[in-house]
Design a protein around this ligand. Sequence first.
Ligand code: SF4
Ligand code: SF4
Length: 379
Amino acid sequence: MEVDTQFVKDVIELGGETLKKCYQCATCSVICPLSPEDAPFPRKEMIWAQWGLKDKLIKDGDIWLCHQCNDCSEYCPRGAKPGEVLGAIRAKVIQELAFPSFFAKILMKPAGIVVYFAIPIILTLLYLSIASPKIPEGEIVLGNFIPHQHVELAGFLVGGWALLVAAIGAYRFWTGINSTVSKVYEYKLGENAELEAVKASPRFIECLFWSVIDILKHSRFAECGTARYRYFAHFMIFWGFLVLGAATLGDIYYLYILGVEELALPITDPAKILGNIGAILLVAGSFWAIVARFRNEKVGYGTYFDWLFLGTIFAVGVTGVCIEALRYAGSVATYYMYLIHLILVFTLLAYAPYSKFAHLIYRTLAYTWAKSVGREPQQ
Ligand code: SF4
Ligand code: SF4
C-alpha cells in the first residue's frame, strides 16, 4: 500500500476537513441507505482517506454510489461528516482522472476563478475583434448580431473537446474500478463436485440501460433523508438540462433541416416552449439548492467546488431568462446579456469534465459497474 500524504491534504482542502475525527465506529455504514451489505461504505473510505490510500480511492466505485444525503453525517458520533468527506474525495478523484489533471487542479482552487472566466472572455473578445459584429438597429434579432451558425460551430468545438476529455476520464475510471478486488462472485458446481467461483458477468449494455433508467428516475436519490431537498432540486436541474438539450435539437432542426435563418421563435413554438420549461426547471432547481444550503445546517454549505458549479448553473438559467425578457421588451441590452450568457454556457460546457458535471459520467459508470457485480443497497 502506498501512502500519499498530499492526497490527504488535498481532500482536506477540498472540503474534507473533518476527516481525521473518524474513529471507525461504522455507524455511518449501518445508517447509509445506499450502502451494500458486503464491504459497505463510507467507513472504509474514511480510513483509506485518513491513510492517504489514493490508489484505492481512485479505483473505488463505491464513492460514486453515495448521493451525499448526509444521513451518515447526521448520526456520526464524532462529527466527522462522512457525507461531506466523500464529496471531497469525489472532487479529488475528478482531479486525478481529468486530462490534463493540472488544469482541473487550477480550476478547483478559488484563485482559479481568474482562469475560469479569462479563457471564455479572451475567446469572445477575439471573436468580436475578428467578426466585428454591430449592434443591429430596430427589432431585436440575435442572429443579426452573432449568426446562429457561429454559435452552433463554437458549441460543437467546445462540446467536442469536453466529450474527448470526458471519454479519457471515463476510460481511466472504468479500467480502474474493474481492476479492484471488490467483485462479487457467483458459485457453480465444478467437475469434481466442488464449488467454483465465477466472476459475475459484466452485462455492460443491460446494466448501463438500467442505470440510466435509475438516473432518469433519481430512484437512489429518493432514499435521501437528511437532505431530502437534494432529491427535488437535483431532479429539477437534471431534467432542466435534458429539456434544454431537446430544445437545442429543435433549434438545430430549424437551422439545418428547415433552413430557417433566424431563431426569434414565437412563444408558442414547441422548441421555445421546451426551452422555457428547461430554463424554469434550471433556475428553480438551482435556486432551491442554494437556499437549502443556507437553511439546512445539517447538510453543510458545501465547498468552493460545489458553489462554482451551482452558481454557474443558476447564472446560465437567469441570463437565459433575462435574454428572453429583454428581447420582448425590445431593449438593446439583450445583446450584452447574450454575450454574458454565451460566456457562462462556455464555462459550463468546456469545464464539464473538471467540474461537478463529471459526476454524470462517473456515477453512471459506477451504477453500471455496481449492477454488474451485484453491489445493491442493503435491505
Ligand atoms: S465517520 Fe463517524 S460514523 Fe463513520 S466510522 Fe467514522 S466516526 Fe464512525
Ligand atoms: S451521504 Fe448518504 S449516501 Fe452518502 S454515504 Fe452518507 S448516508 Fe450514504
